[in-house]
Write a protein that binds this ligand. Structure first.
Ligand code: 5GP
Ligand code: MG
Length: 186
């Protein structure tokens, strides 16, 4: 787990907001490899079903599973809570779970855990289906914003409570298509 403080000044404009380079491609990829190694060790000899959370986690999920050397399946759910740069406080399920997870180890793949509201919704969607275990792997985690009961077990990078985009994460649905992560300039 690393706490990031970047001094790089590269700037991008997305719609009405300005962002600056915050986390490099290299740092993202290294943190993903570290998470993958921990999962490979913890679940050695077991089968996993990864449940990726659309849209934001699609890049993290794609990169992470390339470093997983266990027998695994992947499935996706789609939920939404953010409008612009803040959470609406309500999580809507847009695509539910279509895979049978009964008696299986589930690892939820999130792009970012912020308040934890989305996670509670995901836990209730998944718990319904009687898995053997449920853990969370997230690329990014904002510990200062987290209000949930169970913090994510596998965290790539901890960040302060600032709005970020890139590498799958959006601002008003754009900005997902970068290899790096950018932080809002306030
Ligand atoms: P939570 O429910 O934990 O508050 O928020 C989780 C979801 O909100 C994430 O999966 C992500 O879609 C969105 N989110 C939270 N923080 C950020 C952020 O800094 N940037 C972007 N683009 N989305 C965020
Ligand atoms: Mg998300």
């Amino acid at each position: 787990m690393i706490f990031v403080e970047s001094t790089n000044q590269e700037k991008v404009q997305i719609k009405d907001k300005k962002f600056e380079l915050y986390i490099s491609e290299d740092e993202i990829q290294k943190s993903i490899q570290t998470v993958a190694k921990r999962i490979n060790t913890d679940y050695k000899g077991e089968e996993i079903i990864f449940v990726g959370v659309l849209n934001g986690a699609f890049m993290f999920a794609a990169d992470l599973i390339k470093d997983i050397d266990l027998e695994c399946e992947i499935s996706f759910v789609k939920v939404t809570s953010y409008k612009g740069t803040s959470s609406t406080g309500k999580v809507h399920e847009l695509i539910g779970l279509t895979t049978d997870i009964k008696d299986k180890h589930v690892v939820i793949l999130e792009d970012i855990v912020d308040s934890g509201l989305t996670l509670s919704k995901l836990y209730s969607m998944i718990d319904h289906n009687a898995p053997k275990s449920v853990q969370v792997a997230t690329l990014l985690y904002k510990p200062d914003a987290f209000k949930g009961k169970y913090p994510p077990k596998y965290v790539g990078i901890e960040i302060p409570n600032k709005f970020i985009v890139g590498y799958g994460l959006d601002y008003m649905e754009v900005g997902r298509n970068t290899r790096e992560i950018y932080k809002i300039i306030e």
